[in-house]
Write a protein that binds this ligand. Structure first.
Ligand SMILES: [Fe+2]
Ligand SMILES: [Fe+2]
Length: 228
């Protein structure tokens, strides 16, 4: 796929239809035996992140951290890859949410919350038709579930939540804490790590937190400074 074949790259609009068109094109290439879809998905994710207010680079960082966690959990190379790809796609469902809702994020009404809480399921339905992405679906649908059952959309708890989603949940929460938002100051890396640690076996699974805390500081700061 060259730059010219990307239908929306130079346009302002990027919606669900454009994402589906792009994924269809990647699937066509995968079917032709070109198995290098990671780079193309990183490119698509960068564009999607730019469209979601205050989320620039979020999914790319979450993908890198998730892959590191999977590495320190000694998961197979294939699992590490699937987790990284799932994390790249985890917030695609936000593309369908009204921009005003995402922009305010502070005083959300009940309707706004219902809208936001639908993004994992929306993302799941955007991606589910693509066979080459089928292994990534659990991370997309369940990354907002919490270990104690207080998450959404399905209120799963402990091992009911697929491993991939439990891993992405830690990386996602960490990145959200580190980033500044209009309604909150950013938290530094060490205090953010402590909040994750304090929520071991409450919001996040202990083994995953341990693996997350094993990622060297240098690696984390590299992920947060890297220009993708
Ligand atoms: Fe999300
Ligand atoms: Fe996210």
């Amino acid at each position: 796929m060259n730059k010219k074949s990307i239908p929306f790259s130079d346009r302002e609009h990027l919606g669900v239809n454009e994402i589906i068109a792009y994924l269809t094109e990647i699937e066509r290439l995968v079917k032709m035996g070109k198995n290098t879809f990671r780079k193309q998905l990183i490119r698509l994710t960068s564009l999607v992140d730019k469209k979601i207010p205050y989320r620039d680079g979020h999914s790319i960082r979450v993908a890198s951290i998730s892959r590191e966690i999977a590495y320190y959990m000694k998961l197979s190379k294939q699992e590490q890859f699937n987790i990284e790809i799932s994390a790249l796609l985890h917030d695609f469902g936000k593309i369908a949410i009204e921009e005003q809702v995402l922009e305010k994020s502070a005083n959300l009404s009940e309707e706004d919350w219902i809208e936001i809480k639908m993004h994992p399921t929306r993302g799941y339905f955007i991606v589910q038709g693509f066979t080459f992405l089928k292994e990534t679906l659990p991370g997309i649908r369940w990354h907002h579930e919490r270990y104690n059952g207080n998450g959404y959309p399905d209120g799963l708890k402990k091992n009911e939540i697929p491993l991939m989603a439990r891993i992405i949940a830690v990386a996602d929460a960490f990145d959200a804490m580190i980033q500044k938002r209009p309604y909150k100051e950013k938290i530094l890396i060490q205090p953010a790590k402590k909040i994750i640690k304090d929520n071991s076996n409450i919001l996040f699974e202990r083994n995953i937190v341990t693996a997350f805390l094993s990622i060297p500081y240098k690696k984390i700061s590299q992920i947060f400074k890297e220009d993708f």
